[in-house]
Design a protein around this ligand. Structure first.
Ligand code: NAD
Length: 489
């Protein structure tokens, strides 16, 4: 029987050492739906002593080896069971995610399925945690071992809470680490439920802990904690910078998945109808609150005007509605602050002379009473150096910039401080090969809007991050390599 009762508003505690406990100081905070404003949950607000307990539980479980000493096959069995439990609880998890984040329920269901796939995938590839034998300049035997790192702090954002938590927890646990997961303040529930699934699947107490909190402090305490060996972070570039600094004293292993302003380069020879359909989803999905959003659309001059018109028309047809409705395509932004930030970008672009096509306005409807939903908009005729063309807006805003030559398209695509993702549309294979080699990003798709598959490495260049998740690289990211020499004397 599931441990969670489907009762709302939920009451959520900290999950430490395999138990559910209130914060030591008794503090809680309130989570409200950013879409409707309704009370969704009352959640434990961790203080320093709670973080201390969570790290101690993780460290103790690691020292005792209750998990890391299990065989790879035994760890894989537990991971497979976690995946099954996630799927069994898909309805509950999707509802929690949608209520906390304002994301459409159908996307939340897809996110639960993705989370389960991470656990299955890493259960399947644990046997690939192999080393090498090395013919060194000596007569004995030299080989490498891949070992878990220790206590890993997993700090995640609100825009893909369960999927991102699973993307980190699955490989971390597969490799034999103990973890403390820190969800973002607005979206704690699915992280807690994920830990419940892990507990029920047979993961020993202390290996997986979750601390929740209303502000950034629990994350900071985790990063600074001397017994935390690795920090795996997904979130904004600003926070990533802070984490790098705070992890420096402890020389901690740090991987960072940060912001983006990904280009979508469209040549005139591409199939326009297909590109418009793809480009609309690539920027407006999740209300644009996606690190890989192709928000800097770079379009060859001869088709520029038609493209702007058609993208705006496609965006206008997207259903912005109550996230809980099964046919909703765009729900609510995460908060009033985020809404105001997005509206500020749009207003400043307009004042600077940009032309706006489509929406860019607050949508009020049943289920969206909080007033944080914004309709998709295209911003055209902007200077490529303008803030809206260079900064991560994290809202349903596509900035469309024209180009005339291949060289200009490459320069525009590389012309931001980010380097996470990007797309390129052309039928000319030679041109595609040339451009793929020149774009400085961690991911790139040609004639497709995604190159993010869990089997393949994911991560950013420049200020979009350090390290790679997903794929085999994602498993290795949670390991240390030990070189062993055995003498034959
Ligand atoms: P954020 O940086 O504000 O917060 C992310 C997490 O870090 C939260 O759990 C937060 O509580 C915690 N945190 C905040 N300050 C901290 C600190 N000083 N030390 C330690 N932890 C701290 O990001 P957000 O607003 O939640 O998420 C949106 C951002 O995440 C966007 O910039 C987006 O591009 C990025 N993101 C990147 C990826 C990727 O894979 N590259 C994926 C999703 C989101």
């Amino acid at each position: 029987m599931p441990l969670t009762q489907p009762r709302e508003p939920w009451e959520a505690r900290l999950h430490v050492g395999g138990e559910e406990v209130t914060a030591a100081g008794g503090a809680t905070y309130r989570v409200e739906s950013p879409a409707s404003g309704r009370h969704v949950a009352t959640v434990a607000d961790a203080g320093p002593e709670d973080v201390e307990l969570a790290v101690a539980a993780a460290a103790e479980s690691f020292e005792h080896g209750v998990w890391r000493r299990r065989t790879a096959a035994a760890r894989a069995l537990v991971l497979h069971r976690i995946a099954e439990l996630l799927v069994e609880r898909q309805d509950l998890l999707a509802r929690m995610e949608s209520l906390c984040s304002g994301k459409p329920i159908r996307d939340c269901r897809a996110e639960v399925a993705a989370a389960a796939r991470y656990f299955r995938f890493y259960a399947g590839i644990v046997p690939l945690m192999t080393g090498n034998t090395i013919p060194v300049n000596a007569s004995g035997l030299d080989f490498t071992l891949r070992e878990p790192i220790g206590v890993c702090a997993l700090i995640v954002p609100w825009n893909g809470p369960l999927a991102i938590a699973a993307k980190k927890a699955a490989p971390a646990l597969a490799a034999g680490n103990s973890v403390v997961l820190k969800p973002a303040p607005p979206t704690p529930l699915t992280a807690l439920e994920l830990e419940r699934c892990a507990r029920e699947a047979g993961l020993p107490g202390g290996v997986f802990n979750v601390v929740t909190g209303a502000g950034p402090d629990p994350g900071r305490w985790l990063v600074a904690h001397p017994r935390v060996d690795k920090v795996s972070f997904t979130g904004s570039t600003r926070t990533g910078r802070d984490i790098l600094k705070n992890a420096a004293d402890g020389i901690k292993r740090v991987s960072l998945e940060l912001g983006g302003k990904s280009p979508n380069i469209v040549f005139a020879d591409a199939d326009l109808a297909r590109v418009v359909e793809s480009a609309a989803w690539a920027v407006y999905w999740n209300g644009g609150q996606d690190c890989c959003a192709r928000s800097r659309v770079i379009v060859e001059r001869p088709i520029y005007d038609r493209f702007v018109e058609q993208l705006a028309a496609r965006g206008s047809r997207m259903r912005v509605a109550d996230p809980l409705r099964p046919d909703t395509e765009i729900g609510s932004l995460i908060s009033a602050e985020q809404r105001d930030r997005v509206l500020g970008f749009i207003a400043r672009a307009r004042e600077a002379g940009a032309s706006l096509h489509g929406g860019g306005e607050v949508v009020m409807a049943e289920g969206l009473e909080a007033g944080n939903a914004i309709s998709p908009v295209v911003v055209a005729d902007v200077d490529p150096e303008a803030e809206i063309a260079r900064e991560e807006v994290f809202g349903p805003v596509a900035t469309v910039i024209p180009f005339r030559t291949e060289e200009e398209a490459i320069a525009l695509a590389n012309g931001t401080e980010y380097g996470l993702s990007g797309s390129l549309w052309t039928r000319d294979i030679g041109r595609a090969i040339r451009i793929v080699k020149e774009i400085r990003s961690g991911l790139l798709s040609v004639n497709s809007d995604t190159s993010s598959y869990l089997e393949a490495p994911f991560g950013g260049r420049k200020r979009s991050g350090i390290g790679r998740e997903q794929g085999l690289e994602g498993l290795y990211d949670f390991t240390e390599l030990k070189n062993v020499y055995i003498s034959d004397d």
